[in-house]
Design a protein around this ligand. Structure first.
Ligand SMILES: *[C@@H]1O[C@H](CO)[C@@H](O)[C@H](O)[C@H]1NC(C)=O
Ligand SMILES: *[C@@H]1O[C@H](CO)[C@@H](O)[C@H](O)[C@H]1NC(C)=O
Ligand SMILES: *[C@@H]1O[C@H](CO)[C@@H](O)[C@H](O)[C@H]1NC(C)=O
Ligand SMILES: *[C@@H]1O[C@H](CO)[C@@H](O)[C@H](O)[C@H]1NC(C)=O
Length: 265
């Protein structure tokens, strides 16, 4: 697994919270590229990289296997995550998924499945990367990340818990597939899910020791193959990484949840 994030510096954080999202992160109201000089600012074509274009290219998988947020886009991505745009983008994807889900003619034999990734799809790790209420300054560190996971304090990703509840109403069977470790993280993951409001699922599949060497893409395909072999139809599949959505048995529709902070193979 490859997960690399560069620090993002000194973000201005407003204390005025939007009511519906106040439990997520502190909203800021700034979403623009930081230019290194006012001269640059007046001459956009002369900046080395347009960060809005970079983010779009990342989300569409046009840039692949990237390892770090480019220097000139770190502040921009920090603003994106902390401001209203990330929650808004997540909620928009959730709405599109619901529009599709409503139109699916379920067979109704208990095998109509909807696959959800956990990390940064159902549960957000954004607080792990968000430090001291003022800046985003955390490199990925496996030890510290596991400590964060073991707290079981990840909030729901904006829009996704609401979608999950609507999918249950439509009588989809929820199948969570996560790369989290089966032995050490199942219990706390179940606790975390229930604590934020994900109470029911058909399956919660975690990575066991025999799967440790698989890439994320191979691992997710393997787990989906087991689900299909068990007779389920995967109508919808949502993840924040392309490795959640490509490979075998991707499902009839896939939905990409935004995530411009890292790329997992
Ligand atoms: C871009 O701006 C830099 C300084 O900000 C300047 O040195 C360079 O000549 C400019 N390049 C173009 C193509 O205008
Ligand atoms: C990762 O975090 C642990 C625990 O805080 C620390 O001991 C270790 O030095 C860190 N590793 C790196 C590469 O920063
Ligand atoms: C599982 O987590 C619960 C809290 O959610 C705790 O009470 C229990 O002891 C844990 N069990 C194991 C085996 O770790
Ligand atoms: C859903 O996907 C399966 C597997 O690819 C396919 O057999 C089936 O025809 C698809 N159903 C619809 C309604 O598109």
């Amino acid at each position: 697994m490859k997960l690399l994030v560069l620090p993002l510096f000194f973000l201005l954080v407003s204390t005025t919270a939007s009511a519906s999202r106040s439990s997520f992160l502190n909203p800021i109201h700034l979403l623009r590229q930081e230019y290194s000089s006012s001269e640059d600012h007046n001459n956009v074509a002369n900046t080395t990289l347009d960060c809005v274009s970079w983010r779009l290219a990342v989300e569409t998988n046009n840039i692949r296997n990237w390892e770090v947020i480019p220097d000139e886009c770190q502040t921009y991505i920090g603003h994106y995550m902390l401001g209203h745009q990330y929650p808004s983008d997540c909620e928009y994807v959730a709405g599109l998924a619901y529009d599709y889900a409503k139109g699916v003619e379920l067979v109704g034999d208990g095998k109509d499945a909807w696959v959800l990734d956990l990390d940064d799809t159902a549960l957000s790790n954004a607080p792990y990367y968000y430090v001291d209420n003022s800046y985003w300054a955390k490199d990925y560190n496996k030890t510290e990340f596991v400590e964060w996971e073991l707290k079981g304090e990840a909030p729901a990703v904006p829009g996704i818990l609401d979608l999950y509840n609507k999918l249950l109403e439509l009588e989809f069977k929820i199948v969570f597939i996560t790369g989290k470790d089966e032995t050490t993280l199942r219990n706390i993951t179940e606790y975390n899910l229930k604590n934020v409001g994900y109470h029911n699922w058909e399956k919660l599949l975690l990575r066991d020791s025999t799967e440790a060497s698989l890439t994320k893409l191979e691992y997710k395909s393997k787990k989906r193959a087991l689900v299909v072999a068990d007779g389920y139809r995967i109508w919808g599949n949502m993840g924040d990484q392309w490795s959640d959505l490509l490979g075998e048995n991707p499902g009839n529709r896939t939905f990409k949840v935004p995530m411009p902070m890292f790329y997992l193979k």
